[in-house]
Write a protein that binds this ligand. Structure first.
Ligand SMILES: C[S@@+](CC[C@H](N)C(=O)[O-])C[C@H]1O[C@@H](n2cnc3c(N)ncnc32)[C@H](O)[C@@H]1O
Length: 264
């Protein structure tokens, strides 16, 4: 499904795009030389970025298993999906609960081109892809209607995406509009880069990114991140490095917050 409010975006192979560079950091092959060059330069400045990407995906896996297995959530809205990789949300969820329904949303034309791989869900469940910008949450909410039943709890996943909405008030409004539309018992799952959890070279690497790649990114403090979760009930252990959220022994911190919260 495509967003009629967006002009058709072209795949640009001359400028690094976040979805493709993220794919490169995760060891994927769906990227261009410019993505690899910019991604490798970022790694030379901020050596733990690959670890951040892997920790973020591992967090996704642990959270989706917790929400499907322990909580019984049967519907996911995954905004800022990224390119298909190992253990996408529907695969993790449908392994535990085959009837899980998942809607993916991204605005990157390369993700759209690969969306078919995201849609091969279990026969009992359903997966849908919406080509839309997170800045238009009402459009997304209209788009999910055929697939998700908004009278039943939904887990709204926004992993590594609010950092591309540079204005904090706008980001808060997006989260608010989405969560207002969800019934009680729904969940919000977030990850977000920060300069408060170490990560040598992170700040300079972000400056380099903003001069050489797209879309522009920002880090946020714990206090700013916490405002996205206001009014919701934080699930233990609260706001932590995503690498440490319900992780096994030996897990080490990365400079990316992760949190899961429940709507009362
Ligand atoms: C860092 S990747 C994270 C991918 C995945 N959520 C994960 O955690 O592995 C961010 C994704 O958000 C998408 N994105 C960035 N800005 C967006 C926007 N305004 N609307 C929709 N998607 C956006 C990018 O195209 C990219 O695929």
């Amino acid at each position: 499904m495509t967003d009629p409010h967006r002009s058709p975006a072209q795949v640009r192979s001359d400028i690094a795009h976040n979805a493709r560079v993220w794919n490169h950091w995760l060891g994927g092959k769906d990227n261009y030389p410019i993505d690899r060059a910019v991604g490798d330069h970022v790694t030379s400045m901020y050596p733990s970025i690959g670890e951040v990407a892997r920790a973020d995906r591992a967090f996704l896996g642990r959270v989706v298993r917790y929400l499907t297995g322990d909580v019984g959530i049967g519907q996911f809205l995954d905004i800022g999906t990224g390119l298909p990789t190992a253990d996408n949300t529907h695969e993790v969820a449908q392994r535990t609960a085959p009837a899980t329904r998942v809607v993916y949303v991204d605005n990157d034309p390369t993700v759209l081109a690969h969306a078919r791989a995201l849609l091969a869900g279990s026969p009992e469940g359903a997966t849908e892809y919406i080509d839309a910008d997170a800045r238009h949450p009402e459009q997304i909410l209209r788009g999910v209607e055929p697939t998700l039943d908004l009278k039943k709890p939904v887990a709204v996943m926004m992993l590594g995406i609010l950092n591309f909405v540079l204005d904090t008030d706008e980001a808060r409004k997006i989260v608010g509009t989405l969560m207002d539309a969800m019934p009680s018992g729904s969940y919000l799952v977030l990850t977000h880069p920060t300069l408060e959890l170490g990560g040598e070279g992170n700040e300079a690497a972000m400056r380099f990114w903003n001069e050489n790649a797209t879309p522009p990114i920002t880090a946020r403090s714990r206090a700013e991140f916490a405002t996205f979760l206001e009014g919701l009930e934080l699930v233990e252990p609260g706001i932590v490095s995503c690498a440490l959220w319900r992780a096994g022994p030996g897990a080490t911190q990365v400079a990316q917050f992760g949190a899961v919260a429940r709507k009362r």
